[in-house]
Design a protein around this ligand. Structure first.
Ligand code: GLP
Length: 264
């Protein structure tokens, strides 16, 4: 596990974008697992900049998003489809057919639909690099506390805390979705590389528990301790409750000197 402590949110975005761009340059057909949320906006902005000014080519990239609210159409302004369209897909040269996002409009046969999403990931050859944010309660994707650590893509009920956090994006009086389709913790653990980003002090507790706490379904990001190649990139505020900061800096220094490819 690599913990990269950055000073600012912009530095977090830049480091993550560099790792994604590196993955695309090394393998133009790379399969990316993508995330939504405010934390990702700066990352996608930087990737769009690289596409425009450094000819970063998305024409063979394949993407799978983590999750989508249940009960709202892709065209809804707060859907994760709209988020991805606005911040990345409409601004880079990725073919429509290479983009996969769970469908929030399905109304029955959730299990069959979710199994097809899992199959599409397998058919594509699995996810090479999975980008993750984290909820205040330590969720990744929409794997709320007490999700099975072996869970696969499925319909998931949102917790009161997540509904509260995400409500601000919806208009006053507008109904906030109560459920989502999300890939599972087991699905995420099968990806080849994970990069999790966190910024701001509201994430400090979740980050400390995920990295230094016990592996537990009550903080689903802690399951990443079982992953063979995970990098946490956090700003000062999100990293403020970590106990082993000096050691993480030492590991980072050694990694930069001996295995720089892990950060590019
Ligand atoms: C949602 C998404 C998560 C994301 C989280 C944090 O719950 N399902 O994937 O990590 O929000 O979002 P933000 O970056 O806005 O704090």
């Amino acid at each position: 596990m690599l913990v990269v402590l950055q000073r600012t949110k912009d530095e977090v975005s830049l480091q993550a974008a560099q790792m994604i761009a590196g993955a695309i340059r090394r393998n133009p057909s790379v399969r990316l697992g993508l995330a939504t949320g405010d934390t990702m906006i700066g990352v996608y902005r930087e990737l769009v900049r690289m596409h425009r000014t450094e000819r970063l080519d998305f024409s063979r990239v394949v993407t799978f998003n983590l999750d989508e609210y249940l009960g709202i159409p892709p065209s809804h302004p707060q859907s994760f489809h709209s988020f991805m369209q606005q911040h990345l897909f409409s601004q880079v040269n990725i073919p429509r057919t290479s983009i996969h996002i769970p469908d929030g409009t399905i109304a029955h046969d959730y299990d069959a639909y979710c199994e097809k999403y899992e199959q599409a990931i397998r058919d594509a050859g699995g996810i090479d690099l999975q980008l993750l944010g984290i909820g205040r309660n330590g969720h990744i994707g929409f794997n709320e506390p007490m999700s099975s650590l072996g869970s696969r893509t499925r319909m998931k009920e949102l917790s009161a805390e997540t509904i509260e956090d995400n409500r601000r994006a919806f208009g006053p009086g507008e109904e906030m979705p109560q459920c989502a389709i999300t890939v599972g913790i087991g699905t995420i653990l099968e990806t080849r590389r994970v990069v999790l980003l966190a910024t701001g002090d509201s994430k400090a507790e979740a980050i400390a528990k995920s990295i230094e706490g016990p592996v537990s379904a009550s903080v689903t990001a802690s399951a990443l301790q079982l992953h063979r190649d995970v990098t946490f990139i956090v700003d000062e505020e999100a990293g403020s409750k970590l106990a082993q900061k000096a050691y993480y800096d030492h590991v980072l220094k050694m990694t930069r000197a001996l295995m720089p490819e892990r950060l590019s």
